[in-house]
Design a protein around this ligand. Structure first.
Ligand code: BEZ
Length: 250
């Protein structure tokens, strides 16, 4: 199933994704005039922040709706998939927040990033690391298996270890500046069903449309003892992988 993004519900219920991403701009440390690509720009929140500091930005996203939302901010954006991007331009920096885990062919993504970076250019990214939202993945998978479906076919996410992703980056030729993995239990806005409706659409692909709300509700009920408290609401078990790498000058 193709994941569908609705910029309005994304901005309403998933704004925390973009806000956490601001730390990545600090890691990239762009200067005014730098050409920067935002790979998986979503609704363009981070792209706009970089434009505000004087970068010449291009947002890229596989969702035409999200590209439309980015353009509404007055930001250049194009529809494109990291796995098959080709050469758009030669950038000083490429930034990617919470998008790389949707791209299940990482070698292709890394090769396309390399292609679009000037020698000496910087690639910074943050994505889900191994163990990211593991309680959610396990619950959705077991609910699918119980209904006789092969859950692996419907899991859209790629959450590598730091070692695994570093090896892929180095195999392409990147020099590693820094990599880290850390837990970031993340408070979500609203209930878990709303989060699942935004992010976990692929898991319900084999379920009849009229049964999908029930499926999401069943997952929420199963996860409540682990992720919900009266005091804090819903806190999802995010684990992040963050890195900064360089394309060498020669
Ligand atoms: C994330 O790590 O940002 C994420 C991964 C899967 C679904 C939703 C968010």
């Amino acid at each position: 199933m193709i994941q569908k993004w609705d910029p309005k519900s994304y901005a309403k219920d998933a704004a925390f994704v973009s806000i956490y991403g601001e730390e990545l701009i600090t890691l990239l440390a762009p200067i005014p005039g730098d050409k920067v690509m935002d790979l998986g720009c979503g609704d363009g929140f981070l792209t706009e922040k970089m434009a505000e500091i004087g970068c010449v930005v291009t947002g890229v996203d596989a969702s035409a709706a999200q590209v439309g939302a980015t353009k509404e901010r007055g930001i250049k954006a194009v529809v494109g998939n990291g796995e098959s991007l080709g050469l758009l331009d030669e950038f000083d920096g490429i930034i990617s927040n919470a998008a790389l885990h949707w791209m299940r062919r990482p070698e292709k993504v890394i090769a396309n990033v390399w292609l679009n970076l000037k020698p000496g250019g910087v690639f910074v990214g943050e994505m889900g690391a191994k163990g990211n939202v593991s309680s959610v993945v396990e619950t959705l998978s077991s609910l699918l298996e119980r209904r006789g479906h092969d859950s692996k076919l419907h899991n859209p996410w790629y959450f590598p270890t730091e070692e695994e992703y570093s090896e892929l980056l180095m195999a392409q030729g990147f020099n590693i500046n820094t990599t880290s993995t850390f837990s970031r239990p993340t408070k979500i806005k609203g209930d878990l069903v709303s989060w699942l409706r935004i992010f976990a659409q692929s898991f319900v692909a084999p379920i009849e449309e009229k049964e999908r709300d029930f499926f999401y509700k069943e997952a929420e009920t199963a996860l409540r003892p682990y992720l919900y408290s009266e005091k804090n609401g819903w806190i999802v078990d995010y684990v992040r992988l963050r890195f900064k790498v360089y394309r060498p000058t020669s």
